[in-house]
Write a protein that binds this ligand. Structure first.
Ligand code: FE
Length: 294
Protein backbone atom coordinates (compact mmCIF):
# COMPACT_ATOMS: atom_id res chain seq x y z
CA UNK A 1 0.00 0.00 0.00
CA UNK A 2 1.50 3.30 -1.06
CA UNK A 3 1.16 5.93 1.61
CA UNK A 4 4.02 8.12 0.39
CA UNK A 5 1.67 10.75 -1.03
CA UNK A 6 -0.23 10.98 2.23
CA UNK A 7 -2.94 13.62 2.53
CA UNK A 8 -2.59 16.27 5.22
CA UNK A 9 -5.83 14.81 6.50
CA UNK A 10 -5.53 11.24 7.77
CA UNK A 11 -9.22 10.40 8.09
CA UNK A 12 -12.78 11.45 8.72
CA UNK A 13 -12.45 11.29 12.48
CA UNK A 14 -15.82 12.29 13.86
CA UNK A 15 -19.16 13.77 12.91
CA UNK A 16 -21.02 16.26 15.08
CA UNK A 17 -24.68 16.63 14.21
CA UNK A 18 -27.28 18.99 15.57
CA UNK A 19 -30.60 17.16 15.82
CA UNK A 20 -34.15 18.14 16.73
CA UNK A 21 -34.93 14.76 18.28
CA UNK A 22 -31.97 13.40 20.28
CA UNK A 23 -34.18 10.80 21.98
CA UNK A 24 -35.16 9.28 18.63
CA UNK A 25 -31.50 9.43 17.63
CA UNK A 26 -30.47 7.52 20.75
CA UNK A 27 -32.79 4.63 19.90
CA UNK A 28 -31.79 4.76 16.22
CA UNK A 29 -28.06 4.84 16.95
CA UNK A 30 -28.14 1.83 19.26
CA UNK A 31 -30.97 -0.38 17.95
CA UNK A 32 -30.47 0.20 14.22
CA UNK A 33 -26.86 1.30 13.72
CA UNK A 34 -25.39 -0.74 16.59
CA UNK A 35 -23.40 2.16 18.05
CA UNK A 36 -22.45 2.21 21.73
CA UNK A 37 -23.64 5.10 23.87
CA UNK A 38 -20.69 7.09 25.24
CA UNK A 39 -22.25 9.74 27.42
CA UNK A 40 -24.93 12.26 26.52
CA UNK A 41 -25.57 12.33 22.74
CA UNK A 42 -22.28 10.65 21.91
CA UNK A 43 -21.59 7.27 20.38
CA UNK A 44 -18.61 4.99 19.99
CA UNK A 45 -17.94 2.65 17.10
CA UNK A 46 -14.41 1.55 17.99
CA UNK A 47 -11.62 2.31 20.48
CA UNK A 48 -12.01 6.08 20.00
CA UNK A 49 -13.84 7.75 22.86
CA UNK A 50 -16.58 8.84 20.43
CA UNK A 51 -17.14 9.22 16.70
CA UNK A 52 -20.73 10.49 16.36
CA UNK A 53 -22.43 13.28 18.30
CA UNK A 54 -26.13 14.11 18.04
CA UNK A 55 -26.57 17.20 20.20
CA UNK A 56 -29.98 18.87 20.63
CA UNK A 57 -30.53 21.72 18.16
CA UNK A 58 -33.38 23.70 16.60
CA UNK A 59 -32.55 22.40 13.11
CA UNK A 60 -31.10 19.14 11.84
CA UNK A 61 -27.68 19.35 10.21
CA UNK A 62 -23.92 19.23 10.49
CA UNK A 63 -22.39 21.03 13.46
CA UNK A 64 -18.89 19.95 12.45
CA UNK A 65 -17.13 17.43 10.26
CA UNK A 66 -14.08 16.31 12.25
CA UNK A 67 -10.98 15.68 10.12
CA UNK A 68 -8.03 14.04 11.82
CA UNK A 69 -4.39 14.93 11.17
CA UNK A 70 -1.37 12.96 12.36
CA UNK A 71 0.12 15.22 15.02
CA UNK A 72 0.59 18.75 16.31
CA UNK A 73 3.05 19.86 13.63
CA UNK A 74 0.70 18.63 10.91
CA UNK A 75 -2.14 20.68 12.38
CA UNK A 76 0.10 23.78 12.57
CA UNK A 77 1.19 23.30 8.96
CA UNK A 78 -2.35 22.95 7.72
CA UNK A 79 -3.44 25.98 9.76
CA UNK A 80 -0.72 28.07 8.10
CA UNK A 81 -1.64 26.83 4.65
CA UNK A 82 -5.31 27.68 5.16
CA UNK A 83 -4.56 31.11 6.60
CA UNK A 84 -2.22 31.90 3.69
CA UNK A 85 -5.02 30.98 1.30
CA UNK A 86 -7.34 33.45 3.04
CA UNK A 87 -9.39 30.88 4.95
CA UNK A 88 -10.49 32.07 8.39
CA UNK A 89 -9.04 29.62 10.93
CA UNK A 90 -9.84 29.68 14.64
CA UNK A 91 -8.04 27.93 17.46
CA UNK A 92 -9.83 26.19 20.31
CA UNK A 93 -9.86 26.88 24.03
CA UNK A 94 -8.60 24.29 26.51
CA UNK A 95 -12.21 23.58 27.56
CA UNK A 96 -13.15 22.81 23.96
CA UNK A 97 -10.27 20.37 23.63
CA UNK A 98 -11.31 18.62 26.84
CA UNK A 99 -14.91 18.50 25.67
CA UNK A 100 -13.94 16.97 22.31
CA UNK A 101 -11.36 14.58 23.82
CA UNK A 102 -8.64 15.79 21.47
CA UNK A 103 -5.24 17.42 22.06
CA UNK A 104 -5.39 20.08 19.37
CA UNK A 105 -8.11 21.57 17.17
CA UNK A 106 -8.62 24.24 14.52
CA UNK A 107 -11.98 25.36 13.23
CA UNK A 108 -12.80 26.64 9.76
CA UNK A 109 -15.49 26.33 7.10
CA UNK A 110 -15.29 25.05 3.55
CA UNK A 111 -16.35 27.44 0.74
CA UNK A 112 -19.91 26.09 0.92
CA UNK A 113 -20.15 26.87 4.63
CA UNK A 114 -19.75 23.34 6.03
CA UNK A 115 -18.11 23.73 9.45
CA UNK A 116 -14.91 21.72 9.88
CA UNK A 117 -12.85 20.79 12.91
CA UNK A 118 -9.29 19.75 12.11
CA UNK A 119 -7.83 17.90 15.06
CA UNK A 120 -5.07 15.63 16.32
CA UNK A 121 -4.65 13.45 19.41
CA UNK A 122 -8.06 11.83 19.72
CA UNK A 123 -8.53 9.94 23.00
CA UNK A 124 -8.40 6.16 22.71
CA UNK A 125 -10.29 4.23 25.37
CA UNK A 126 -8.98 1.21 27.26
CA UNK A 127 -12.41 -0.37 27.68
CA UNK A 128 -13.19 -2.25 24.45
CA UNK A 129 -15.95 -1.04 22.16
CA UNK A 130 -19.11 -3.09 22.75
CA UNK A 131 -21.87 -2.74 20.19
CA UNK A 132 -25.38 -3.34 21.56
CA UNK A 133 -26.02 -5.36 18.40
CA UNK A 134 -22.64 -7.08 18.22
CA UNK A 135 -21.53 -5.06 15.20
CA UNK A 136 -17.87 -4.54 14.31
CA UNK A 137 -17.15 -1.44 12.24
CA UNK A 138 -14.41 -0.90 9.68
CA UNK A 139 -12.57 2.13 11.07
CA UNK A 140 -8.92 2.46 12.21
CA UNK A 141 -6.79 4.32 9.66
CA UNK A 142 -9.86 4.46 7.37
CA UNK A 143 -11.78 6.66 9.80
CA UNK A 144 -15.48 6.55 10.66
CA UNK A 145 -16.81 6.16 7.11
CA UNK A 146 -17.76 8.87 4.65
CA UNK A 147 -19.94 11.93 4.29
CA UNK A 148 -21.64 13.18 1.14
CA UNK A 149 -22.25 16.92 0.90
CA UNK A 150 -24.59 18.59 -1.56
CA UNK A 151 -23.41 22.06 -2.50
CA UNK A 152 -24.69 24.93 -4.63
CA UNK A 153 -23.50 24.79 -8.19
CA UNK A 154 -21.74 28.14 -7.96
CA UNK A 155 -19.71 26.94 -4.96
CA UNK A 156 -18.90 23.47 -6.31
CA UNK A 157 -15.53 24.19 -7.99
CA UNK A 158 -14.23 26.21 -5.05
CA UNK A 159 -15.39 23.59 -2.55
CA UNK A 160 -13.72 20.74 -4.42
CA UNK A 161 -10.57 22.85 -4.79
CA UNK A 162 -10.53 23.55 -1.06
CA UNK A 163 -10.48 19.86 -0.13
CA UNK A 164 -8.14 18.82 -2.94
CA UNK A 165 -5.64 21.68 -3.06
CA UNK A 166 -5.60 22.92 0.54
CA UNK A 167 -6.41 19.79 2.58
CA UNK A 168 -4.73 17.32 0.23
CA UNK A 169 -7.66 15.04 -0.57
CA UNK A 170 -7.18 13.08 -3.79
CA UNK A 171 -9.82 12.45 -6.44
CA UNK A 172 -11.06 8.85 -6.64
CA UNK A 173 -13.59 9.30 -9.44
CA UNK A 174 -16.46 11.37 -10.80
CA UNK A 175 -20.13 10.80 -11.47
CA UNK A 176 -22.04 12.72 -14.07
CA UNK A 177 -25.75 13.11 -13.33
CA UNK A 178 -27.18 14.87 -16.38
CA UNK A 179 -25.67 18.34 -16.25
CA UNK A 180 -24.60 17.88 -12.63
CA UNK A 181 -21.41 16.36 -11.28
CA UNK A 182 -20.21 14.69 -8.11
CA UNK A 183 -16.64 14.00 -7.09
CA UNK A 184 -15.42 11.31 -4.70
CA UNK A 185 -12.35 12.14 -2.64
CA UNK A 186 -9.99 10.04 -0.51
CA UNK A 187 -7.42 10.83 2.16
CA UNK A 188 -6.52 7.22 3.10
CA UNK A 189 -7.12 3.88 1.34
CA UNK A 190 -10.92 4.04 1.84
CA UNK A 191 -12.34 4.78 -1.63
CA UNK A 192 -13.92 7.99 -0.40
CA UNK A 193 -14.13 9.70 2.97
CA UNK A 194 -15.91 12.61 1.32
CA UNK A 195 -18.04 13.13 -1.75
CA UNK A 196 -19.27 16.48 -3.02
CA UNK A 197 -22.12 16.84 -5.46
CA UNK A 198 -23.75 19.76 -7.23
CA UNK A 199 -27.22 19.76 -5.70
CA UNK A 200 -30.07 21.88 -7.02
CA UNK A 201 -31.72 22.44 -3.63
CA UNK A 202 -31.26 21.89 0.11
CA UNK A 203 -27.47 21.71 0.12
CA UNK A 204 -25.84 20.18 3.14
CA UNK A 205 -25.39 16.66 4.45
CA UNK A 206 -26.94 14.19 2.01
CA UNK A 207 -25.83 11.10 3.90
CA UNK A 208 -23.07 9.65 6.00
CA UNK A 209 -21.83 6.08 5.69
CA UNK A 210 -20.79 3.51 8.26
CA UNK A 211 -19.05 0.31 7.12
CA UNK A 212 -19.28 -3.00 8.97
CA UNK A 213 -16.93 -5.98 8.87
CA UNK A 214 -19.56 -8.55 8.02
CA UNK A 215 -22.24 -8.63 5.31
CA UNK A 216 -24.65 -10.23 7.78
CA UNK A 217 -24.43 -7.08 9.92
CA UNK A 218 -25.84 -5.13 6.96
CA UNK A 219 -28.71 -7.62 6.74
CA UNK A 220 -29.35 -7.49 10.48
CA UNK A 221 -29.46 -3.67 10.34
CA UNK A 222 -31.87 -3.82 7.42
CA UNK A 223 -34.11 -6.17 9.41
CA UNK A 224 -33.83 -3.77 12.38
CA UNK A 225 -35.11 -0.96 10.14
CA UNK A 226 -38.16 -2.99 9.16
CA UNK A 227 -38.75 -4.08 12.79
CA UNK A 228 -38.50 -0.51 14.12
CA UNK A 229 -40.46 1.15 11.32
CA UNK A 230 -37.42 3.03 10.02
CA UNK A 231 -37.89 4.16 6.43
CA UNK A 232 -35.53 2.40 4.01
CA UNK A 233 -34.80 4.89 1.23
CA UNK A 234 -32.68 2.66 -1.03
CA UNK A 235 -32.78 -1.12 -1.07
CA UNK A 236 -29.71 -3.28 -0.75
CA UNK A 237 -27.39 -2.62 -3.67
CA UNK A 238 -23.79 -2.37 -4.76
CA UNK A 239 -22.12 0.85 -5.82
CA UNK A 240 -20.19 0.84 -9.07
CA UNK A 241 -17.27 2.93 -7.83
CA UNK A 242 -16.44 1.88 -4.26
CA UNK A 243 -18.14 -1.55 -4.64
CA UNK A 244 -19.89 -1.05 -1.29
CA UNK A 245 -22.85 -3.36 -0.68
CA UNK A 246 -25.22 -1.17 1.28
CA UNK A 247 -28.68 0.19 1.90
CA UNK A 248 -29.87 3.68 2.83
CA UNK A 249 -32.15 4.45 5.75
CA UNK A 250 -33.69 7.73 6.83
CA UNK A 251 -32.24 9.00 10.10
CA UNK A 252 -34.46 10.81 12.62
CA UNK A 253 -33.02 14.04 11.13
CA UNK A 254 -34.34 13.39 7.62
CA UNK A 255 -31.00 12.92 5.91
CA UNK A 256 -29.87 9.38 5.23
CA UNK A 257 -27.36 6.94 6.62
CA UNK A 258 -25.70 4.44 4.29
CA UNK A 259 -24.90 1.16 6.03
CA UNK A 260 -22.48 -0.95 4.08
CA UNK A 261 -19.93 -3.69 3.73
CA UNK A 262 -17.13 -4.60 1.35
CA UNK A 263 -15.90 -1.15 0.33
CA UNK A 264 -12.97 -1.03 -2.05
CA UNK A 265 -9.56 0.28 -1.00
CA UNK A 266 -7.42 2.56 -3.13
CA UNK A 267 -3.69 2.21 -3.68
CA UNK A 268 -2.50 5.59 -4.95
CA UNK A 269 0.46 3.95 -6.68
CA UNK A 270 -1.84 2.21 -9.15
CA UNK A 271 -5.13 4.13 -9.01
CA UNK A 272 -6.43 5.81 -12.17
CA UNK A 273 -9.22 8.37 -11.95
CA UNK A 274 -12.31 7.68 -14.07
CA UNK A 275 -15.79 9.00 -14.63
CA UNK A 276 -18.40 6.45 -13.61
CA UNK A 277 -21.48 6.33 -15.80
CA UNK A 278 -23.94 5.03 -13.24
CA UNK A 279 -23.72 4.98 -9.46
CA UNK A 280 -24.98 1.51 -8.81
CA UNK A 281 -24.15 -1.93 -10.21
CA UNK A 282 -27.39 -3.42 -8.90
CA UNK A 283 -30.06 -2.57 -6.35
CA UNK A 284 -30.22 0.73 -4.45
CA UNK A 285 -33.78 1.18 -5.68
CA UNK A 286 -36.54 3.12 -3.99
CA UNK A 287 -38.43 0.38 -2.10
CA UNK A 288 -41.87 1.33 -3.48
CA UNK A 289 -40.63 0.76 -7.01
CA UNK A 290 -39.14 -2.58 -6.02
CA UNK A 291 -42.44 -3.78 -4.61
CA UNK A 292 -44.33 -2.48 -7.64
CA UNK A 293 -42.04 -4.40 -9.94
CA UNK A 294 -42.17 -7.61 -7.90
FE1 FE B 1 -22.30 6.84 0.21
Amino acid sequence: MNTAAASAIRSLGYLRLGVRDPVAWSAFASAVLGLQSAGPHRYRMDQCSWRLETAPASTDGVVAVGLEVAHEAALEAIGHRLSKAGVCVEGAARETLAERNVRGLLRCSDPSGTPLELFWGQRIEIVPFASPRGVRFVTGELGLGHVVLGVDRDRYRDTVGFYRDLLGFRVSDYFRMGDREAVFLHCNPRHHSLAIGEWPAAPGLIHFMLEVEDLDAVGFALDACYAKGVRVKRTLGRHSNDRMVSFYAETPSGFDVEYGWGGRLIDDATWTVSEVAHGTLWGHRPPARTYAEA
